[in-house]
Ligand binder design. Structure first.
Ligand code: NAI
Length: 308
């Protein structure tokens, strides 16, 4: 199977690296607009094959979409990342133009493609990709909740001194510092509610740290993170390619589910060879529903900027 990763920067190259290491696809195309950049990154990754022992092939190309033809899946990471103090939303103008043209090029060469959007502001970019591609809704997946949920589990594991793999916890809503909703009431440590182990203050602290997880890293590193975003993107691709039916939170097009319509927002979904196969219904408390509606309003306002 062939997978394309657009954008060979920090997140794109890390996604491709994760895919190749685990031989998720036999052929990976890494594409970037910057002359020679993807070729260089692809060669560097290829040179780990003898050390890590994988047979998957990765090829770097400069803006040559003919090379992406026949891709089953593409991950779009092209665009600008945020700098310290910036919100994801401030990236909209530049990234909208980039995402729109990338989607058109991908679909032209791979009409049956499934697209995973990473570029920020991710929910709005996913909505734009859906509207501009003409692809069925199940073939457009926004990656954000998968990362935010991993960050949520990290914060829980630090506090509980638990193995992250023993934790079940998801983040729904928008992929933004103020729009994401870490569902602490639903979080469990091997099926036992985390509230059994944590005070209300500790729970609030974990939720807060999760929400600013990306901004915290941006302040420390000087640009946005890439290891966890790359691993999260690769996990979504793997569930598609290997038809794993994994449950992730992803930004998908809502048509009345969770009380929202004509919007892409993070909800629990099953991801398999069809893209996002179905939405998993979840009973939200009144407070969680209110937060979800507020998150939808913020994302809808952002989507409206596209129409201006
Ligand atoms: P980066 O600057 O390292 O890489 C972006 C790459 O895109 C650059 O190599 C650039 O040359 C390329 N590019 C720009 N325009 C292009 C075009 N038209 N066609 C092909 N390539 C093009 O940025 P980084 O850190 O990899 O972040 C990428 C995007 O992902 C940003 O928008 C960032 O905010 C977002 N992001 C989203 C996350 C999520 O959970 N959804 C997590 C982390 C980052």
């Amino acid at each position: 199977m062939k997978v394309t990763v657009v954008g060979a920067g920090a997140v794109g190259a890390t996604t491709a690296d994760n895919l190749v290491r685990r031989s998720v696809a036999e052929e990976i195309i890494l594409l970037d607009i910057k002359e020679g950049f993807a070729e260089g990154k692809a060669q560097d990754i290829s040179q780990t094959a003898a050390l890590l022992g994988f047979d998957a092939k990765i090829k770097g190309v400069t803006n040559d979409y003919a090379q992406t033809a026949g891709s089953a899946v593409a991950v779009i990471t092209s665009g600008i990342p945020r700098k310290p103090g910036m919100t994801r939303e401030e990236l909209i103008g530049t990234n909208a133009n980039i995402v729109k043209s990338v989607v058109e090029n991908l679909v032209k060469h791979s009409p049956d493609i499934i697209i995973v959007i990473v570029s920020n502001p991710m929910d709005t970019m996913t909505y734009l990709a859906l509207k501009s591609s003409g692809l069925p809704k199940n073939r457009i997946i926004g990656m954000g909740g998968t990362l935010d949920s991993a960050r949520f589990k990290y914060q829980l594991s630090e506090k509980l001194n638990a193995s992250p793999a023993d934790l079940n916890a998801i983040v729904i809503g928008g992929h933004g510092d103020t729009t994401m909703i870490p569902l602490i009431q639903h979080a469990t440590w091997n099926s036992i509610p985390v509230s059994t182990f944590l005070t209300k203050e500790e729970q609030d602290d974990i939720v807060q740290k999760t929400m600013v997880g990306g901004a915290t890293l941006t302040a420390l590193i000087g640009t946005s993170a890439w290891y966890a975003p790359g691993a999260a993107s690769a996990a979504v691709v793997e569930s598609i390619v290997r038809d794993q039916n994994k449950l992730f939170t992803a930004s998908v097009y809502l048509e009345g589910e969770f009380g929202q319509e004509d919007i892409n927002l993070g909800v629990p979904v099953i991801i398999n060879k069809n893209g996002w196969d179905r939405i998993v219904p979840l009973e939200l408390s009144d407070e969680e529903s209110q937060k979800f509606n507020a998150s939808a309003e913020a994302v809808r306002n952002m989507n409206n900027v596209l129409k201006e």
